[in-house]
Design a binder for this molecule. Structure first.
Ligand SMILES: Nc1ncnc2c1ncn2[C@@H]1O[C@H](COP(=O)(O)OP(=O)(O)O)[C@@H](O)[C@H]1O
Ligand SMILES: [Mg+2]
Length: 302
Protein backbone atom coordinates (compact mmCIF):
# COMPACT_ATOMS: atom_id res chain seq x y z
CA UNK A 1 0.00 0.00 0.00
CA UNK A 2 1.07 3.53 -0.71
CA UNK A 3 1.70 5.14 2.71
CA UNK A 4 1.01 8.52 1.26
CA UNK A 5 -2.68 7.66 0.76
CA UNK A 6 -4.73 8.20 3.92
CA UNK A 7 -8.14 7.46 2.43
CA UNK A 8 -8.89 5.28 -0.56
CA UNK A 9 -12.50 5.16 -1.72
CA UNK A 10 -12.92 2.30 -4.16
CA UNK A 11 -15.92 1.65 -6.39
CA UNK A 12 -18.40 2.80 -3.78
CA UNK A 13 -22.08 2.23 -4.47
CA UNK A 14 -24.90 3.15 -2.16
CA UNK A 15 -28.61 2.70 -2.67
CA UNK A 16 -31.54 4.12 -0.71
CA UNK A 17 -34.68 2.04 -1.08
CA UNK A 18 -37.71 4.32 -1.41
CA UNK A 19 -40.27 1.57 -1.73
CA UNK A 20 -40.31 -2.11 -2.55
CA UNK A 21 -39.85 -1.31 -6.21
CA UNK A 22 -37.98 1.99 -6.33
CA UNK A 23 -34.52 2.82 -5.09
CA UNK A 24 -32.20 5.81 -5.45
CA UNK A 25 -28.64 5.06 -6.43
CA UNK A 26 -26.94 7.81 -4.45
CA UNK A 27 -23.42 6.58 -5.16
CA UNK A 28 -22.49 4.73 -8.30
CA UNK A 29 -18.98 3.29 -8.53
CA UNK A 30 -17.39 6.29 -6.80
CA UNK A 31 -13.61 6.20 -6.45
CA UNK A 32 -11.14 8.78 -5.19
CA UNK A 33 -8.17 9.04 -2.88
CA UNK A 34 -6.99 11.58 -0.33
CA UNK A 35 -3.32 11.85 0.54
CA UNK A 36 -1.89 12.72 3.89
CA UNK A 37 -1.92 16.46 4.48
CA UNK A 38 -4.03 17.13 1.41
CA UNK A 39 -7.16 19.24 1.03
CA UNK A 40 -9.50 17.46 -1.35
CA UNK A 41 -12.62 19.27 -2.52
CA UNK A 42 -15.76 17.41 -3.53
CA UNK A 43 -18.22 19.42 -5.59
CA UNK A 44 -21.37 18.77 -7.55
CA UNK A 45 -24.96 19.91 -7.61
CA UNK A 46 -27.39 19.16 -4.82
CA UNK A 47 -28.34 15.48 -4.84
CA UNK A 48 -25.14 14.31 -6.54
CA UNK A 49 -24.22 12.15 -3.54
CA UNK A 50 -21.66 14.25 -1.66
CA UNK A 51 -23.23 13.86 1.78
CA UNK A 52 -23.83 10.16 1.23
CA UNK A 53 -20.14 9.75 0.41
CA UNK A 54 -19.18 11.68 3.57
CA UNK A 55 -21.47 9.53 5.67
CA UNK A 56 -20.05 6.30 4.24
CA UNK A 57 -16.53 7.57 4.98
CA UNK A 58 -17.58 8.27 8.59
CA UNK A 59 -19.22 4.83 8.94
CA UNK A 60 -22.65 6.42 9.32
CA UNK A 61 -23.87 4.48 6.28
CA UNK A 62 -22.74 1.11 5.14
CA UNK A 63 -22.27 1.15 1.37
CA UNK A 64 -24.01 -1.47 -0.76
CA UNK A 65 -20.77 -2.24 -2.60
CA UNK A 66 -17.19 -1.12 -2.82
CA UNK A 67 -14.74 -0.45 -0.08
CA UNK A 68 -13.17 2.39 1.85
CA UNK A 69 -9.60 1.90 2.98
CA UNK A 70 -8.58 4.31 5.72
CA UNK A 71 -5.08 3.98 7.16
CA UNK A 72 -4.93 0.52 5.62
CA UNK A 73 -8.18 -0.61 7.29
CA UNK A 74 -11.24 -1.53 5.25
CA UNK A 75 -13.77 0.35 7.35
CA UNK A 76 -16.72 -1.18 5.47
CA UNK A 77 -15.79 -4.60 6.81
CA UNK A 78 -17.57 -4.97 10.18
CA UNK A 79 -14.83 -7.20 11.61
CA UNK A 80 -12.09 -4.73 10.70
CA UNK A 81 -14.23 -1.86 11.96
CA UNK A 82 -14.64 -3.53 15.34
CA UNK A 83 -10.95 -4.28 15.64
CA UNK A 84 -10.01 -0.68 14.91
CA UNK A 85 -13.04 1.05 16.40
CA UNK A 86 -11.14 3.27 18.80
CA UNK A 87 -8.62 4.43 16.18
CA UNK A 88 -11.46 5.08 13.72
CA UNK A 89 -13.53 7.05 16.21
CA UNK A 90 -10.68 9.21 17.43
CA UNK A 91 -8.81 10.03 14.23
CA UNK A 92 -11.73 11.01 11.97
CA UNK A 93 -13.94 14.01 12.62
CA UNK A 94 -16.99 15.33 10.80
CA UNK A 95 -18.28 18.90 10.65
CA UNK A 96 -21.81 19.48 9.43
CA UNK A 97 -23.30 22.28 7.42
CA UNK A 98 -25.53 23.58 10.13
CA UNK A 99 -23.93 23.68 13.55
CA UNK A 100 -27.09 25.11 15.13
CA UNK A 101 -28.61 21.65 14.82
CA UNK A 102 -25.42 19.60 15.24
CA UNK A 103 -24.37 21.23 18.54
CA UNK A 104 -26.23 20.25 21.69
CA UNK A 105 -28.20 23.38 22.60
CA UNK A 106 -28.30 22.50 26.30
CA UNK A 107 -24.54 22.32 26.68
CA UNK A 108 -22.12 25.15 27.33
CA UNK A 109 -19.43 25.79 24.77
CA UNK A 110 -16.66 24.51 27.06
CA UNK A 111 -18.46 21.18 27.50
CA UNK A 112 -19.22 20.90 23.79
CA UNK A 113 -15.57 21.39 22.85
CA UNK A 114 -14.22 19.03 25.50
CA UNK A 115 -16.89 16.33 25.12
CA UNK A 116 -15.01 14.12 22.63
CA UNK A 117 -12.01 14.01 24.98
CA UNK A 118 -14.33 13.08 27.81
CA UNK A 119 -16.12 10.38 25.82
CA UNK A 120 -12.90 8.80 24.67
CA UNK A 121 -11.23 9.28 28.07
CA UNK A 122 -8.32 11.15 26.62
CA UNK A 123 -6.30 12.93 29.29
CA UNK A 124 -6.36 16.65 28.52
CA UNK A 125 -2.85 17.80 27.59
CA UNK A 126 -3.46 21.13 29.31
CA UNK A 127 -4.45 19.90 32.75
CA UNK A 128 -8.23 20.18 32.71
CA UNK A 129 -10.98 19.77 30.17
CA UNK A 130 -11.83 23.46 30.62
CA UNK A 131 -8.23 24.52 29.94
CA UNK A 132 -8.24 22.27 26.89
CA UNK A 133 -11.48 23.79 25.63
CA UNK A 134 -10.09 27.30 26.16
CA UNK A 135 -6.97 26.41 24.22
CA UNK A 136 -8.93 24.96 21.31
CA UNK A 137 -11.29 27.95 21.25
CA UNK A 138 -8.41 30.41 21.05
CA UNK A 139 -7.08 28.40 18.14
CA UNK A 140 -10.26 29.07 16.19
CA UNK A 141 -10.38 32.73 17.18
CA UNK A 142 -12.76 32.68 20.17
CA UNK A 143 -11.62 33.94 23.60
CA UNK A 144 -12.31 32.52 27.07
CA UNK A 145 -15.46 34.64 27.31
CA UNK A 146 -17.18 32.05 25.11
CA UNK A 147 -16.55 29.10 27.44
CA UNK A 148 -19.75 29.53 29.44
CA UNK A 149 -22.04 30.56 26.61
CA UNK A 150 -24.70 28.38 25.02
CA UNK A 151 -24.94 27.81 21.25
CA UNK A 152 -28.11 29.94 21.07
CA UNK A 153 -26.06 32.95 22.24
CA UNK A 154 -23.66 32.67 19.31
CA UNK A 155 -23.75 33.79 15.69
CA UNK A 156 -23.68 31.20 12.90
CA UNK A 157 -19.98 31.81 12.28
CA UNK A 158 -19.15 31.51 15.99
CA UNK A 159 -21.11 28.27 16.23
CA UNK A 160 -19.20 26.86 13.29
CA UNK A 161 -15.93 27.86 15.01
CA UNK A 162 -17.07 25.95 18.09
CA UNK A 163 -17.80 22.89 15.93
CA UNK A 164 -14.32 23.18 14.43
CA UNK A 165 -12.70 23.53 17.88
CA UNK A 166 -14.56 20.44 19.03
CA UNK A 167 -13.39 18.44 16.01
CA UNK A 168 -9.80 19.61 16.42
CA UNK A 169 -9.70 18.75 20.13
CA UNK A 170 -9.23 15.16 18.95
CA UNK A 171 -6.29 16.12 16.72
CA UNK A 172 -7.84 14.25 13.80
CA UNK A 173 -5.89 12.84 10.89
CA UNK A 174 -8.92 13.19 8.66
CA UNK A 175 -11.36 16.06 8.86
CA UNK A 176 -14.52 15.82 6.77
CA UNK A 177 -16.61 18.97 6.44
CA UNK A 178 -19.96 18.69 4.65
CA UNK A 179 -20.79 22.12 3.23
CA UNK A 180 -19.50 23.82 6.39
CA UNK A 181 -19.97 27.34 5.08
CA UNK A 182 -23.19 26.93 3.11
CA UNK A 183 -25.49 28.28 5.81
CA UNK A 184 -23.26 31.25 6.75
CA UNK A 185 -23.43 34.86 5.57
CA UNK A 186 -21.22 35.47 2.57
CA UNK A 187 -19.03 37.84 4.60
CA UNK A 188 -18.38 35.10 7.17
CA UNK A 189 -17.76 32.32 4.65
CA UNK A 190 -14.34 33.64 3.63
CA UNK A 191 -13.31 33.96 7.28
CA UNK A 192 -14.15 30.34 7.96
CA UNK A 193 -12.41 29.14 4.80
CA UNK A 194 -9.32 31.13 5.80
CA UNK A 195 -9.51 29.55 9.23
CA UNK A 196 -9.65 26.06 7.69
CA UNK A 197 -6.64 26.85 5.57
CA UNK A 198 -4.68 28.14 8.53
CA UNK A 199 -5.65 25.18 10.74
CA UNK A 200 -4.77 22.66 8.07
CA UNK A 201 -1.32 24.22 7.68
CA UNK A 202 -0.79 24.16 11.46
CA UNK A 203 -2.09 20.65 12.11
CA UNK A 204 -1.40 18.95 8.78
CA UNK A 205 -4.59 16.86 8.80
CA UNK A 206 -6.10 15.57 5.57
CA UNK A 207 -9.25 17.45 4.73
CA UNK A 208 -12.28 16.45 2.70
CA UNK A 209 -14.03 19.73 1.98
CA UNK A 210 -17.48 19.28 0.48
CA UNK A 211 -18.78 22.47 -1.01
CA UNK A 212 -21.13 24.25 -3.28
CA UNK A 213 -19.17 27.46 -3.61
CA UNK A 214 -16.63 26.77 -6.32
CA UNK A 215 -14.64 29.97 -5.77
CA UNK A 216 -13.91 28.85 -2.21
CA UNK A 217 -12.93 25.40 -3.43
CA UNK A 218 -10.47 26.86 -5.90
CA UNK A 219 -8.95 28.97 -3.14
CA UNK A 220 -8.73 26.24 -0.51
CA UNK A 221 -8.24 22.87 -2.17
CA UNK A 222 -5.21 21.07 -3.54
CA UNK A 223 -7.28 18.72 -5.66
CA UNK A 224 -10.93 18.64 -6.60
CA UNK A 225 -13.36 15.91 -7.59
CA UNK A 226 -16.57 16.65 -9.46
CA UNK A 227 -19.61 14.45 -8.82
CA UNK A 228 -22.64 13.98 -11.03
CA UNK A 229 -25.42 11.56 -10.12
CA UNK A 230 -23.29 9.58 -7.71
CA UNK A 231 -20.29 9.32 -9.99
CA UNK A 232 -17.01 11.12 -10.21
CA UNK A 233 -16.83 12.64 -13.68
CA UNK A 234 -13.55 14.51 -13.26
CA UNK A 235 -10.74 14.94 -10.73
CA UNK A 236 -7.69 17.15 -11.01
CA UNK A 237 -5.40 19.51 -9.15
CA UNK A 238 -7.55 22.57 -8.34
CA UNK A 239 -5.72 25.01 -10.61
CA UNK A 240 -5.87 22.61 -13.53
CA UNK A 241 -9.54 21.81 -13.02
CA UNK A 242 -10.55 25.46 -12.93
CA UNK A 243 -8.36 26.49 -15.86
CA UNK A 244 -8.92 23.49 -18.12
CA UNK A 245 -12.08 21.58 -17.28
CA UNK A 246 -12.59 18.71 -19.71
CA UNK A 247 -15.86 16.99 -18.86
CA UNK A 248 -18.94 18.83 -20.19
CA UNK A 249 -20.56 18.67 -16.75
CA UNK A 250 -17.54 20.31 -15.12
CA UNK A 251 -17.56 22.95 -17.82
CA UNK A 252 -21.23 23.64 -17.17
CA UNK A 253 -20.66 23.80 -13.41
CA UNK A 254 -17.79 26.25 -13.77
CA UNK A 255 -19.73 28.41 -16.21
CA UNK A 256 -22.15 29.14 -13.37
CA UNK A 257 -19.50 30.89 -11.25
CA UNK A 258 -20.11 34.65 -11.26
CA UNK A 259 -17.19 36.75 -12.51
CA UNK A 260 -16.23 39.80 -10.35
CA UNK A 261 -15.60 42.00 -13.42
CA UNK A 262 -19.05 43.36 -14.44
CA UNK A 263 -18.13 43.58 -18.13
CA UNK A 264 -17.09 39.94 -18.27
CA UNK A 265 -19.98 38.98 -16.02
CA UNK A 266 -22.52 40.42 -18.50
CA UNK A 267 -20.98 38.41 -21.31
CA UNK A 268 -20.80 35.22 -19.26
CA UNK A 269 -22.74 32.32 -20.76
CA UNK A 270 -24.10 29.76 -18.40
CA UNK A 271 -23.94 26.36 -20.01
CA UNK A 272 -26.74 24.00 -19.27
CA UNK A 273 -26.11 20.39 -18.71
CA UNK A 274 -28.98 17.96 -18.84
CA UNK A 275 -27.48 14.77 -20.12
CA UNK A 276 -28.92 11.55 -18.81
CA UNK A 277 -26.40 10.11 -16.33
CA UNK A 278 -26.99 6.70 -17.88
CA UNK A 279 -25.07 7.98 -20.89
CA UNK A 280 -22.04 8.47 -18.69
CA UNK A 281 -20.38 5.17 -18.96
CA UNK A 282 -16.69 4.67 -19.04
CA UNK A 283 -13.66 4.83 -16.85
CA UNK A 284 -11.67 7.62 -15.28
CA UNK A 285 -8.96 8.25 -17.82
CA UNK A 286 -5.82 10.25 -17.12
CA UNK A 287 -5.75 13.06 -19.72
CA UNK A 288 -2.75 14.87 -18.22
CA UNK A 289 -0.74 14.21 -15.04
CA UNK A 290 -3.21 13.71 -12.15
CA UNK A 291 -6.12 14.91 -14.26
CA UNK A 292 -8.80 12.23 -14.64
CA UNK A 293 -11.94 12.40 -16.73
CA UNK A 294 -14.77 9.90 -17.04
CA UNK A 295 -14.68 8.72 -20.64
CA UNK A 296 -15.69 5.87 -22.82
CA UNK A 297 -12.85 4.13 -24.51
CA UNK A 298 -11.70 6.10 -27.52
CA UNK A 299 -13.82 9.12 -26.55
CA UNK A 300 -12.50 12.70 -26.52
CA UNK A 301 -14.09 15.70 -24.89
CA UNK A 302 -13.52 18.98 -26.64
N1 LIG B 1 -31.78 9.17 3.76
C1 LIG B 1 -32.11 9.15 2.46
N2 LIG B 1 -33.17 8.45 2.00
C2 LIG B 1 -33.49 8.41 0.70
N3 LIG B 1 -32.80 9.05 -0.25
C3 LIG B 1 -31.75 9.78 0.12
C4 LIG B 1 -31.33 9.88 1.49
N4 LIG B 1 -30.24 10.69 1.57
C5 LIG B 1 -29.99 11.06 0.31
N5 LIG B 1 -30.87 10.52 -0.57
C6 LIG B 1 -30.86 10.70 -2.03
O1 LIG B 1 -29.58 10.31 -2.50
C7 LIG B 1 -29.10 11.21 -3.47
C8 LIG B 1 -27.82 11.85 -2.99
O2 LIG B 1 -28.10 12.70 -1.89
P1 LIG B 1 -26.96 13.44 -1.07
O3 LIG B 1 -25.87 12.50 -0.76
O4 LIG B 1 -27.62 14.11 0.09
O5 LIG B 1 -26.44 14.51 -2.13
P2 LIG B 1 -25.70 15.91 -1.91
O6 LIG B 1 -25.09 15.91 -0.54
O7 LIG B 1 -24.69 15.97 -3.02
O8 LIG B 1 -26.74 16.97 -2.07
C9 LIG B 1 -30.23 12.19 -3.73
O9 LIG B 1 -30.99 11.72 -4.80
C10 LIG B 1 -31.03 12.13 -2.45
O10 LIG B 1 -32.38 12.45 -2.69
MG1 LIG C 1 -25.30 17.26 1.01
Amino acid sequence: MNDDILLDVRHLTHVFPLSKKIAVKALDDLSFQIRRGEIFGLVGESGSGKSTAARCIMNLYRPAAGEIIYKGVNICDPAQFRTHRKMLQTTRQLIFQDSSSSLDQRMKVCDIVAEPLKIHRIRPARGSLRAEAEFQLRYVGLDAGFLDKYPSELSGGQRQRVAIARALSMEPELLVADEPIASLDVSIQAQIVNLFRHLQQEHGFSFLFIAHDLAMVEFLCDRVGVMYHGRLVEAAPAKELFSSPVHPYTQALLSAIPIPDPRLERARQIRQFTEDPENFQGVLTEVSPEHYVLMREGEHHG
